[in-house]
Design a protein around this ligand. Sequence first.
Ligand code: BGC
Length: 767
Amino acid sequence: MKTRLFTILAAVVVLSMVVSACAPKAAPTPTKPPEEAKPIKIVVIGKSVHPYWSNVEKGTVAAAKDLGVEAIFFVPPKEDVAAQIQTMETYIAQGVTGIAIAPSDPNALEPVMKKAADAGIFVTTLDTPPIDGSVSLVYIGTNNYSAGKTAGEAMAKLLPGGGKVGIGRGSDTALNALQRTDGFLEGIKGTAIETLEPVNDKEDAATALQLANSVISANPNLAGAFGVYAYNGPAWATAIKEANAVGKIKLVSFDATTDIINGIKEGVIDATVAQREYDMGYKSVGIIKLMAEKGVDAALSEMGAVEGIIDTGVDVITAATLKDYEATLDKKGIPHEWDTAGWEPAKAVEPCALATEGPLAGVDPRGQAVVWWHQHSQMREEWLLEKAEEFNTTNECGITVVPEYQGSYNDIRDKMNAGIATGELPGLTVGYQNDQAFYALAGGLADMNLYIDDPKWGLTAEERADFYEAFLQQGVHPAFGGQRLGFPPNRSIEVLFYNQTWLEELGFDGPPTTPEEFREMACAAAAANADGTGGFIINTEASSLAAWTFAFGGDISNEDRTGYMYNGQATIDALTFLKGMSDDGCAYIFTEGYPDPEFAARRASFTDGSSSGIPYYFSDMETIGSTDVWGVTAIPHTTSDPVMNIYGGDIMIPATTPETQLAAWIFLQWFLSPELQAEWDKISGYFPTRASAAGLLTDYVDENPQWGQALALLPYGTYEPQLISYQSVRDAAVQAFNEILQGADIKTTLDALTKEANELQAELMEE
Ligand code: BGC
């Protein structure tokens, strides 16, 4: 056959949705060939207007030019099966040489493809395969199943701990979309990755973005996203950036258009499976030309088709391989708009790289399971489980934390003691400081200084400074050589509750700060009731005794915190003061239940107790329909600033293996982030242990003013003894407090208490 060079014609014809405009714009008429030679005219039909298809077009145009044939290129604006069929009809009628089509719905397209074949037109497919038994002579494109599997494997590497992964794609009928999805599922098989139902945007960019946004907001734990089509990677990338989740949601996409490469350069796309779409266009033109000239079989074998398929292959691109990929394209002469000039891949940080120096050098936390014994039930437990799941799916070390509710602190104490005896301990546990002392004495706890001070795994100076100093110190035990045996997740505060409305009625502006002011107000309220009520309800709990001692400038721990000092001047002064109020009828002990209903009913103007009681005060007020404004404030103090008794359990790391201990610490550090603390505080009503978490709670404070008042007292914290005997000593302290209020000599009683407490301490430490 005579060949001639014709003018190269290629046109992207965008069909509008208007039916009358559905036919492609007429392509410019080629130079008329000699009568005897029918010019070769090849039509390539793609799926949507997208840079991906522009690349196919570029390959098509280049082939037409190189091979001296006429080529026409067509794509509808978005997935549009009817437009593809209509375009086929148009070119069948024109009697073109061959049509290469990417069937958006292979079943729907097959009849018209058959019509073309019957009319003697060479029909081939590209990009997305035809149905089995199709008239398509060859499929030129990606092996979509295996490319999808490659994408799945890339995701599995990015999410060693598994997690939820969203899938966005542009078709539910095109085989390439279906095969890629199946391949992806194969690639993640055996991992803890869970995929969500794919969402379909029908190759519409705006819809793709909308869907990505809604999947992210409906799945706050989303760990990854898979973009099946060229639209999807950029759509997810935008959504992830808008959700501030770059790095948190891992993104694997398909294709290598400019926006996708930019996503890789920015670090929002972690990996992409680049197709060779330029080749698809080029080879489709080439093979049809060969078919026309040499026959189908010769063309297939010359172009290396295997069982009717020419696999164009893929390249997996990450930030690390982008420059190599670019070099390959340049070498092949494949054009691309992006370039990497001036860009360098971020220094690859190996996920969960081990410490190379310091005491934790080489300790490998990867893949560790950490069981966490805790005492939280109901909503709090639900929240913990949810957070553990989030950690498990996102942490780079593949650590799995399993929170296990174990009953009360007492139950946990029993289980811990049993566990220390058998060596079967959880990775994390909870308890008070005296529990820590018990476990430490039996060798059951890790010294957390090792972790918080570690140059690689520890807290930065800034993080450390963010924790309220007293709270961090409370876990450090002088009786155990300064070991850090616990870390504070939250705290409660011993506060003074006051009735503001009533105080104002009595002629006072606001709550007292000094003991004298306090006495004056309480006495005025008691005088108003004139029935023995109205003043301050004395709380004879051990924490209240400690709180009054602190407020009077003293301590109940001895100077080096290895023993007790209940007989310091501050305790004597505080008790003298309270006893005096009681003698004067301005304070009383209430033993028939909780003091809060008394407070609500104006049988007390003041009470003291834990900030965790705030919700009860609320409901008591509500129950009786009181409209009194009330608040919480510092215990009246003789010191210039308040000194507050702040308490609460800690989280501890039992002595297990270096690997589990490190894994437990990594979780703890994550769990105690300001954001999670703020969430936790809203659920539990507790107070945060770091200042930046307090900053995230302004909305909550607006809704809970009393909670906000207590929050402001956090910087003034100090703490009760961390001693092994403190549980029993507390009981002895309550007894002494009551005896004093009943008239026992203050100094003598406190001397005896101190002696008894120190003896008990010595005894327990010897065991
Ligand atoms: C697919 C095409 C699709 C394009 C744009 C590519 O990944 O192979 O079939 O039309 O993305 O959505």
